[in-house]
Design a protein around this ligand. Structure first.
Ligand SMILES: [Zn+2]
Length: 128
């Protein structure tokens, strides 16, 4: 999604990183699959390094062959991110939340806050 129209008429634009009105949703029923999967795949990678036998690992992640360690771990995390973690946007005008139905869908469901003054829920607490 690079641009989406909100019900209020405002345009929600996503063309850069660190968008203050964008988030990523981890569904509780997917949480264990995501974290266990990442831990398992990173562990398998480490074991392949320690045993100097990367064939099993390369069979699962052939596109990561030849990458440095950071890029390998990043690639593993990204694989789960792209599969399981939908996007969520907040309209800066009306505060409405738009949640992607699932990671493969282009459809979003909207939720309007009970108090129209509630805005900025997706802004980082680390940057304030
Ligand atoms: Zn709106």
């Amino acid at each position: 999604m690079s641009k989406m129209g909100c019900t209020c008429g405002h345009s929600i634009i996503d063309r850069t990183d660190n968008v203050p009105y964008k988030g990523h949703l981890i569904k509780d029923q997917d949480k264990d699959v995501i974290f266990e999967g990442i831990a398992s795949d990173v562990s398998l990678y480490i074991e392949s390094l320690l045993t100097e036998n990367q064939q099993e690992w390369l069979n699962r992640f052939p596109w990561l062959q030849g990458k440095d360690h950071r890029a390998v771990v990043w690639g593993i995390i990204t694989q789960y991110y792209l599969k399981y973690i939908p996007h969520i946007y907040e309209c800066e005008n009306c505060g409405r939340l738009w949640i992607q139905e699932n990671r493969k869908s282009q459809k979003f469901r909207s939720y309007l806050p009970s108090n129209p003054e509630i805005k900025g829920i997706l802004r980082s607490d680390q940057l304030s």
